[in-house]
Design a protein around this ligand. Structure first.
Ligand code: ATP
Ligand code: MG
Length: 553
């Protein structure tokens, strides 16, 4: 929270409320429905709600909005908690809307007693038919004039399980001609004989979102209830219910949801990708979920910086995925250890280097001295990147080619003398000589070369699997295309390299380690690694390979 930055519109409101003495302290909440894993859009809401709590000395609750018994699972509750902790936030209280089912039932009874709610026996189709349209008013039906006593009795019977699903609903009695369609006697309770992940079979009637949400805010004394723009039309109902129930006046404020290019964000759509096998799970590194970003090697800091940079808007827009990657590179550049890994190895043999000799070379771990140094071993046989050799070099080729010289990073200058191909024409060995006086740090050779390439020592290198990820969709807005959004899935979003050669220091990698494979990008250890086989994920490339593509358009 830099002092220089101007306030966002919600901060303006909070500062005004605090100045006017409307609240002693503020209380916000993050209210996920536990029906999927959190995505980067949720990170925006988390950073906003928890950020406001922190900034104004208030608190933030985590409330699971678990009013729908059918779609919610404990697995999702656990993953949501993990993700919020990982992002670096601490909630004041862990709460569940289902804990308020008793209280919400009482609120409903209170509305009935005030003649502000009634039981409707109509079918869903009949209710829809009487609702009118944005340009035509709706009509009252005969159930609307039921007596308070009759409503109280039937609602009790609904709770006691005397009716089947869909037979009756409880509706708020507002105005069937209201200009806001949501105010035309909205349904506030429905019958659903279903097992709930927390309340079991205690209830067979469940409150609708609009009846549960604002009331839960009020029960918790939430001062500023922040949600996304699609809830603007709901605000009138939110306020009406709080006013009629005469309960704590929470207020709702809306901001623009985060949309990001080359991905989809709705949990339902993400669930389809998982269920249809387009990805290997919710935490597949190609997904926009927080667990996927974490697995792929993103840092919580980079995501928080990103959420801060995009600000809090009142109008929907698309944020370029490149901005998130930019924040990530800035952060990883500070913390990632520089190591050498050869993704597509070809052998390089130094003919004038003694057989069996090994040498220890010192290499910096990173640009910051505090990152320290490590020992690399050098020997007669190395691996270099196949793409760093060109049989017939192009113009301005500064890497290896027949007769050309190149520096091996932190080691010596070598000159290519010859190379060997197998029957298929594939190069198998590159033979070089090295210049013994050219050792990095004490180079007295007087030779200057333009190219430096990375390498690993064949005698000590370790084989590893490396997974390279690309965008999951080929178009910026998969939902903006005609047809199924899944038709725009990028068929090349995952490239698995089975036999990369990495320097042995990587054997110490932990889940938290962050690496820059020099010249290749940022990488981290994947959870699929076993003691016998390391698996690395590419977190992000060094430069934005897509920036050029976008500019060309
Ligand atoms: P989804 O459609 O992905 O299921 P949702 O809004 O139904 O999203 P909830 O679990 O109800 O998901 O959301 C919890 C909170 O996160 C809500 O306050 C919601 O407004 C916010 N949120 C969800 N998606 C985004 C987004 N893309 N950008 C910002 N906030 C979001
Ligand atoms: Mg929702």
């Amino acid at each position: 929270m830099s002092e220089e930055k101007s306030l966002n519109f919600i901060e303006d409101i909070i500062e005004e409320d605090l100045r006017a003495g409307k609240y002693k302290s503020i209380l916000t909440r993050f209210p996920p429905e536990p029906n999927g894993y959190l995505h980067i859009g949720h990170a925006k809401a988390i950073c906003l709600n928890f950020g406001l709590g922190l900034k104004y000395g208030g608190k933030t609750n985590l409330r699971f909005d678990d009013t729908n018994p059918v779609t919610e699972e404990t697995e999702y509750v656990d993953s949501i908690k993990d993700d919020i902790k990982w992002l670096g936030f601490t909630w004041a209280e862990e709460l569940y809307t289902s804990d308020y089912f008793g209280k919400l039932y009482e609120f409903a009874v209170d509305l009935i007693k005030k003649d502000l709610a009634y039981v409707d026996d109509s079918t869903a189709e009949e209710i829809a038919a009487m609702k009118g349209t944005p340009t035509e008013p709706g009509k009252d039906n005969l159930y609307r004039s039921r007596s308070i006593e009759e409503n109280l009795q039937i609602f009790t019977d609904m709770k006691d399980g005397k009716y089947k699903d869909g037979k009756k609903v409880l509706r708020a009695k507002i105005d069937m001609k209201h200009t806001n369609m949501l105010m035309r006697d909205p349904i506030i309770y429905r019958i659903k004989h279903a097992h709930h992940h927390r309340t079991g079979n205690d209830w067979c009637i469940y409150p609708m979102y609009d009846f549960a949400h604002g009331q839960s805010d009020s029960i918790e004394n939430i001062t500023h209830s922040v949600c996304t723009l699609e809830f603007i039309p709901h605000r009138e109902l939110y306020d009406w219910l709080i006013e009629k129930l005469e309960i704590f006046p929470s207020h709702q404020y809306e901001f623009a949801r985060l949309n990001m290019t080359y991905t989809v964000m709705s949990k339902r759509k993400l669930l389809q990708l998982v269920n249809d096998g387009h990805v290997k799970g919710w935490d597949d590194p190609r997904m926009p979920t927080l667990s996927a970003f974490r697995r792929k090697g993103y840092t919580p800091e980079s995501i928080r910086t990103f959420c801060d940079k995009i600000g809090v808007a009142k109008r929907e827009n698309f944020i370029d995925l490149s901005l998130l990657e930019f924040c990530l590179r800035e952060d990883l550049n500070q913390r990632a250890l520089r190591v050498m890994a050869v993704l597509d190895p070809v052998k390089l043999i130094i003919s004038n280097y003694d057989d069996g000799k090994t040498e220890e070379l010192i290499s910096e771990n990173g640009p910051d001295e505090a990152m320290g140094k490590r020992v690399l071993t050098f020997g007669k046989e190395l691996y270099i990147e196949r793409e760093d050799f060109m049989e017939e070099p192009a113009k301005k080729w500064f890497r290896l080619a027949p007769g050309a010289m190149v520096r091996l990073k932190s080691a010596y200058i070598v000159k290519c003398e010859s190379f060997i191909k197998d029957n298929s024409g594939k190069i198998t060995d590159i033979h070089c000589t090295y210049i013994p006086e050219s050792k990095s740090g004490s180079d007295s050779s007087g030779i200057s070369v333009k190219g430096t390439i990375h390498w690993v020592n064949a005698a000590t290198a370790v084989t590893a699997e490396v997974r390279l990820y690309d965008r999951l969709f080929t178009v910026e807005n998969p939902l903006g295309e005609e047809g199924d959004f899944k038709d725009t899935i990028n068929p090349n979003s995952l490239d698995i390299i089975k036999n990369a050669m990495v320097e042995p220091s990587l054997k110490d990698a932990t889940a938290e380690s962050r690496y820059q494979f020099i010249r290749k990008g940022y990488f981290c250890l994947d959870k699929d690694s076993t003691p016998g086989k390391m698996v690395f994920n590419r977190t992000v490339t060094l430069k934005d390979a897509w920036a050029k593509e976008v500019k060309k358009k």
